[in-house]
Design a protein around this ligand. Structure first.
Ligand code: FPP
Ligand code: MG
Length: 335
């Protein structure tokens, strides 16, 4: 498929989301109820956070897969599973913004900027605990297990990232482990949970998990490119947070493996001065010249292709077709 022949990610996302809108709306109701019934001190803050709408990529994938099988879809099961996924995602972002010291998320001031680190940590904790509670009555014991496994992976991925922050020699293998944990695991869980609700057998549940993981890896690589402003349109968060936090992502790994020791040392010097005006732009220029962004984009495209191959093995329904269109268009997202 040629991306030029396809509508933008925003357009595809809104069409595809529309196909599962009833599940997403029900999931929003579950989430609003959690916020509304939370204790004083939490309720109003959580209400404020959930009003800042995310893209709902994970729950869209979950809903599409859950409704792609032969069994009639159970609206309440899907809605509660989506709520669990979205709340886990939100909790991790609240904590991630504290760790990364970012000031903007979803176009608004981050939780810790509004309420301070101490309160923001606790709000994140509350949201995490409620995420797990969303699936407590789920009839398949696999689903709470998948959600909690994903939470563990997020934490481990984030710790691995922190332990390796500032390591200019970060290997490709370690980078992949980081993004498998911090991002791919949650999309993997979304896809697997959708597959369980669809009534798929164990092999197909695993295959859907792999589809989600490839999609998640592509998603994070694109995210890392967006952090440099590559492909960005209407970006609703700050640029250059990775280099200012000493984080080595795929473009830098590809740069370092392709240039001379002298060019590597020169870029490392620039990275130390990333906070100075004009320096991030100079870093971008060098990465661009070394085709490091291009190579990272190709890697993301390979993950999309791998996810598409698995999607081809699913029952060919209208929602599977939408899932494929959605997977493919993500590579062109601008925020
Ligand atoms: C965003 O990455 C961060 C994540 C996807 C995961 C963050 C995970 C944790 C903080 C640990 C788990 C926490 C809980 C509550 C289970 P990024 O910083 O590369 O992306 P960004 O640009 O959107 O911030
Ligand atoms: Mg971050």
């Amino acid at each position: 498929m040629n991306p030029a022949e396809h509508p933008s990610f925003q357009a595809v996302l809104s069409t595809v989301r529309g196909q599962v809108q009833n599940y997403l709306d029900k999931s929003d109701e579950v989430i609003s109820e959690v916020a509304r019934t939370a204790p004083a001190g939490v309720s109003e803050r959580m209400t404020k956070l959930i009003a800042r709408k995310g893209k709902k990529i994970r729950s869209t994938i979950l809903s599409l897969i859950a409704t792609s099988g032969n069994e009639p879809a159970d609206e309440s099961r899907i809605a509660h599973a989506c709520a669990g996924i979205e709340l886990l995602h939100l909790a991790s972002l609240v904590h991630d913004d504290i760790i990364d010291e970012t000031t903007m998320r979803r176009g608004e001031r981050t939780a810790h900027v509004e309420w301070g680190n101490k309160v923001a940590v606790l709000i994140g904790d509350y949201i995490l605990s409620q995420a797990m509670r969303c699936v407590i009555n789920e009839k398949s014991r696999d689903i709470p297990l998948m959600l909690s496994t994903a939470a563990n992976s997020l934490i481990v991925g984030e710790i691995l990232e922190l332990d390796n922050a500032g390591d200019m020699n970060l290997s490709l293998v370690k980078y992949n482990s980081i993004i498998e944990g911090k991002t791919a695991a949650l999309v993997e869980a979304s896809a697997k949970i959708g597959a369980v609700i669809a009534g798929f057998d164990a092999d197909r549940v695993e295959a859907c998990g792999k589809l989600g993981a490839h999609f998640g890896l592509a998603f994070q690589i694109i995210d890392d490119l967006l952090d440099y402003g590559i492909g960005a349109t209407n970006l609703d968060k700050a640029k250059f947070t990775d280099i200012s936090n000493g984080l080595v992502t795929l473009p830098l790994i590809y740069f370092f493996e392709s240039v001379s020791a002298e060019d590597k040392a020169s870029l490392q010097d620039l990275l130390k001065r990333a906070a100075e005006p004009g320096v991030p732009e100079e870093i971008c220029k060098r990465l661009e010249e070394a085709k490091a962004f291009e190579k990272a984009k190709e890697t993301a495209m390979q993950h999309i292709a791998d996810a598409m191959e698995i999607a081809d093995s699913l029952p060919m329904t209208e929602h599977t077709h939408s899932l494929k269109t959605f997977l493919y268009s993500m590579a062109e997202r601008g925020n």
